[in-house]
Design a protein around this ligand. Structure first.
Ligand SMILES: Cc1cc2nc3c(=O)[nH]c(=O)nc-3n(C[C@H](O)[C@H](O)[C@H](O)COP(=O)(O)OP(=O)(O)OC[C@H]3O[C@@H](n4cnc5c(N)ncnc54)[C@H](O)[C@@H]3O)c2cc1C
Length: 419
């Protein structure tokens, strides 16, 4: 167990400075171009792979940090550079976290290298949980997984929505219902290996922000994957299903007990991944917020109106003070949750969700304020704040909307069965 300290270690400082160097030198200068192109920035993914920022070793080194702070620190820096490009680089981590969290060591060894490819030919991975009828309510997924005993294959059918890297990924991790009668507890996660027939990509969605990052639906039509693609293995699944069936029989009354309902009670496989990743997602939002705050501060020192730099107008200075305070407050929540997660603390008050809630809302508020402080200049593409404003909004929506984060926290602190 690591003592919680706000003094970064030498290693953490080196990591921060190294990622910041890449973000400042390669990512920030390319942000506007890839936002306008709305294409996956493969050359930058390759650059990241070359320096060791894209690959399992990087993630594993971060995860190994006993304080849990390395991944939030690295994420904040990379997203400070540009969120769309950073998501293209770190988006693969969501699928990898699912394999890491639910898979066996053999599955980790087999599938994770395929998620990243190699320096000459990097690949990306996708984690597909959301469906057209199941967003916040992850327990409602209707993608089905049927086991074909004779061929030791799982057969997946359904539609996944809004998947980051969906359809362009080498490896797709797909959640599916094995036993719909068990609601969320009847779900499992499957690896769909590269080139598997039946997996069809929907068109790339055109988005408000994060435009460099690929988002698309994925269609699964009788997709056959080998038995070993079930994350965690069949034995573990059968034990889990047996426990869920016993609990259901005992409860007698059924589905509500088995976990149907809004996000926080939803699919175990998906939720486990979300719990592992929520503070890191908050850190991404922080990176955007900090970029906007720094830019607005510098602008306010330069821009002269009424005979003095606008930062000398108290209303402007106070706005900047609030932005800085809110960013620091959010970072403390993110770091606390990351430390708690790494040190197996119970999230008794939903601290992981709290951190993502706060950081997401701070990113939206701070980027909006940055646009305001730049005036007309904030509204045009000559300055990056309009892009950061568009990018920030996703942080109150994905990985659980702000309402769902509040639901998790509210349930945790009240014990009430809120939906
Ligand atoms: C750019 C982008 C990338 C994404 N990447 C991925 C990915 O890689 N993998 C993946 O699986 N998904 C991904 N998603 C999906 C994302 O996680 C969902 O969009 C999100 O969870 C919300 O689901 P929804 O869009 O269906 O909204 P809905 O669930 O339909 O919500 C609509 C509104 O209702 C509110 N609401 C719903 N239920 C409640 C409730 N119980 N109480 C109060 N309010 C409620 C919500 O907060 C929201 O305001 C991505 C989405 C986007 C836009």
């Amino acid at each position: 167990m690591a003592e919680f300290s706000l003094d970064l270690t030498d290693g953490q400082r080196e990591l921060r400075d190294w990622v910041h160097g890449f973000a400042a030198g390669a990512v920030r200068p390319a942000g506007a171009e890839w936002d306008a192109r709305e294409e996956t920035p493969w050359p930058l993914i390759q650059e990241a792979a070359k320096i060791g920022l894209y690959g399992f070793e990087f993630l594993a080194t971060c995860w190994a940090d006993p304080s849990g702070l390395s991944l939030p620190i690295a994420s904040e820096e990379l997203f400070w550079g540009d969120a769309g490009i950073a998501m293209s680089i770190l988006g693969t981590g969501l699928a990898v976290a699912a394999i890491y969290g639910s898979g066996t060591p053999e599955q980790l060894l087999e599938w994770v290298p395929l998620c990243f490819g190699d320096v000459d030919e990097p690949t990306v991975a996708a984690f597909c949980s959301t469906e057209p009828g199941a967003g916040s309510d992850v327990a409602a997924i209707s993608t089905r997984a049927r086991y074909d005993e004779a061929r030791d294959e799982w057969v997946l059918s359904g539609q996944k929505a809004f998947a980051t890297n969906g359809g362009i990924a080498a490896v797709h991790v797909v959640t599916a219902s094995v036993d719909p009668a068990l609601g969320a507890r009847g779900q499992a996660a499957f690896v769909v290996p590269p080139g598997t027939p039946g997996l069809v990509a929907g068109p790339k969605l055109r988005k408000l922000g994060l435009r460099a990052s690929h988002t698309a639906d994925v269609f699964l039509d009788e997709v056959r994957v080998p038995g070993r693609c079930l994350l965690g293995g069949r034995e573990a699944l059968q034990e889990r299903l047996a426990r869920a069936r016993a609990a259901l029989a005992q409860a007698g009354s059924g589905l509500a007990q088995a976990g149907s309902g809004a996000g926080a009670t939803g699919g175990q496989a998906a939720l486990r991944t979300f719990e592992l990743t929520r503070p890191t997602v908050g850190a991404q939002a922080l990176g955007i917020a900090r970029a906007a705050y720094e830019y607005a501060l510098a602008y306010a020192k330069e821009r002269v109106q009424f005979g003095k730099p606008i930062v000398e107008h108290q209303a402007v200075a106070f706005a900047l003070a609030d932005m800085c305070t809110e960013i620091d407050a959010a970072r403390l929540l993110v770091w606390r949750a990351a430390w708690m997660g790494r040190n197996n603390r119970t999230f008794a008050a939903g601290e992981g969700s709290m951190s993502k809630l706060k950081a997401g809302e701070v990113a939206v508020a701070v980027t909006e304020k940055a646009v305001q402080l730049l005036g007309g200049a904030g509204y045009v593409r000559d300055h990056p704040v309009e892009r950061w404003y568009r990018d920030a909004k996703i942080y109150t929506i994905f990985e659980g909307t702000s309402e769902i984060q509040r639901l998790v926290v509210a349930r945790a602190i009240s014990g009430a069965r809120l939906r």
